[in-house]
Design a binder for this molecule. Structure first.
Ligand code: NAP
Length: 484
């Protein structure tokens, strides 16, 4: 057990929100945050509401003129200093995240580095917000500038408590936007620690505000406010729909990073060992609780059973346990409901005639631990629309290319997809036909700050990361100049 990372994490734990550069406790109640591995409370955050959210919006509004008016290189310098402090505190941040989220410590370390990558990348992008010049057919000269959209509301989920925040704040700050952040109630401490480090890095007061409390209340105030010019939301599709509707009256810019039901397709010509290893990397990150986790595996019939058996053999070796225990690859799920859902999905596979090749039940550790599970056969329909969000890999056989593309696309969701083949022509042909924002070819991991991330259909719209990630935080301003 790594006590040092846990202790370093506890030193960064702060039980307050941030409004206008100040720590805020509020006068109401608190929300308890637990360690999903034990169910024990690790701390509380203030249960803030309408008044504090309005104060945070007002602070972001006041700070906007100065922050957006600064030179881009000044904002870039801030992002680099913030990133330096995050690197300095990386072990503590990883420990805090592992504690509140339950993900294995090594994964939490990886997330801190990944999260910080967005700040480093967008520090560079701040200095590349290029405009254009053009001769007009009217005889004028047209100059375009890219300007910050205004104060933003950023709402993030619990599964990547650091990365989902920096993926929004990096481009927002690079562009010159100010922000009100609402982190997930299950994992607020990582976000609070990041906000504190931002202030230590010299961020002016009011540029970054963080409120904790009842999501519907805070979300209602943020979306109704005419001051907030943009909402960026990462979370579930049902909540995304509510928020998009709430943003309509004020015509806010909206980006939605929502759920997925990723298909992973293995053709008979693939390197099966590689496909197995990459499936495990993609599926078991965060114990299966990521929006890009392969949710349904389709394998060409001639190799399907062989792939499934090899996968089950490897999956049965994955160590389940507390985030801080050595060698742990699969932690607890975030909440009891998550365990119930995996159990329900396993039962439905069985009822449809599928076989359990390994796992299939709650883990001996009890609580929110589930045994990593591989099933073979049954009906894939459920997995086209519903994310399992847990350590279950359902494998199904297919016969033809058209059949599998049809199944992959027969879903309202379209975030990630994966394809394993040695045939380059087929990889590009099918990669382009699959209705998903992203397709990993011969890899189970594709998230990096330099690649566009986002979905199509009901997985949302907008792209985060890459050179495109800043666009959602910028308006184009046109000056038309009549020359004398
Ligand atoms: P969720 O229930 O939608 O919650 C996400 C965030 O929204 C949390 O901060 C939550 O606050 C807040 N929220 C909930 N109801 C709200 C409302 N009515 N108004 C305003 N805010 C509200 O999703 P989750 O269960 O935490 O996260 C898992 C989902 O996120 C999965 O579907 C996953 O696929 C998706 N996800 C997508 C991406 C992506 O980039 N596409 C990345 C990661 C996760 P509370 O915590 O206080 O309830």
């Amino acid at each position: 057990m790594s006590h040092s990372a846990r202790d370093a994490g506890l030193k960064l734990l702060r039980e307050h929100a941030f409004i206008d550069g100040k720590a805020v406790k509020g006068s109401g109640g608190t929300i308890a945050v637990d360690d999903p591995a034990t169910g024990e409370t690790i701390g509380t955050v203030p249960d803030l509401g309408k008044t504090e959210t309005e104060q945070a919006i007002a602070a972001a509004d006041r700070a906007f003129a100065d922050w957006s008016g600064r030179r881009p290189d000044e904002r870039a310098a801030f992002l680099r200093e913030w990133a330096r402090l995050i690197d300095d505190h990386a072990e503590g941040l990883a420990g805090l995240m592992a504690l509140e989220n339950g993900k294995p410590l090594d994964e939490a370390r990886g997330e801190v580095a990944y999260a910080n990558g967005f700040l480093k990348w967008f520090a560079g992008e701040a200095e590349r917000m290029l405009g254009e010049t053009q001769d007009s057919p009217l005889g004028h000269v047209i100059l375009t500038f890219r300007k910050a959209v205004g104060p933003c509301a950023l709402i993030t989920p619990w599964n990547f408590p650091a990365a989902m925040l920096t993926r929004k704040l990096g481009p927002a700050f690079a562009a010159g936007c100010t922000a009100v952040v609402k982190p997930a109630s299950q994992t607020p401490f990582t976000a609070i620690a990041l906000v504190e480090l931002a202030h230590q890095a010299g961020l002016p007061k009011g540029v970054l505000n963080l409120v904790t409390g009842d999501a519907a209340t805070i979300g209602g105030v943020l979306t109704a406010s005419p001051v907030i010019r943009k909402l960026s939301f990462t979370g579930s599709t049902p909540v995304g729909r509510i928020l998009a509707e709430q943003c309509a009256p004020t015509l806010k810019r909206v980006s939605m990073e929502l759920g997925g039901a990723a298909p992973l397709i293995v053709f008979a010509d693939a390197d099966i060992d590689q496909a197995v290893a990459e499936t495990i990397k993609g599926k078991f990150r965060n114990s299966g609780q990521t929006c890009v986790c392969p949710n349904r595996i389709y394998v060409e019939r001639s190799v399907a059973r062989d792939y499934a058996d090899r996968l089950a053999a490897e999956v049965s070796k994955l160590k389940v346990g507390n985030a801080f225990d050595d060698g742990v690859k699969v932690g607890p799920l975030i909440e009891d409901k998550g365990i119930d859902k995996v159990e329900d999905h396993v039962a439905k596979v069985k009822a449809a005639g599928g076989e359990i090749l390994t796992g299939g039940e709650r883990h001996d550790l009890g609580g929110r631990f589930f045994t990593p599970t591989v099933t073979f056969g049954g009906d894939d329909a459920l997995f086209r629309e519903e994310e399992t969000f847990g350590p279950l890999v359902p494998v199904f056989a297919f016969d033809t290319e058209d059949e599998v593309v049809g199944k992959a696309n027969d879903s309202d969701l379209g975030l990630a997809s994966y394809l394993f083949t040695r045939d380059l022509d087929r990889a590009i042909r099918i990669g382009r036909r699959i209705e998903a924002g992203m397709c990993g070819i011969n890899t189970g991991l594709m998230s990096t700050p330099v690649a566009p991330f986002g979905g199509v259909k009901q997985s949302g719209y907008g792209r985060e990361g890459s050179t495109h990630g800043i666009d959602d935080y910028l308006d184009i301003k046109t000056l038309t100049l009549k020359l004398g």
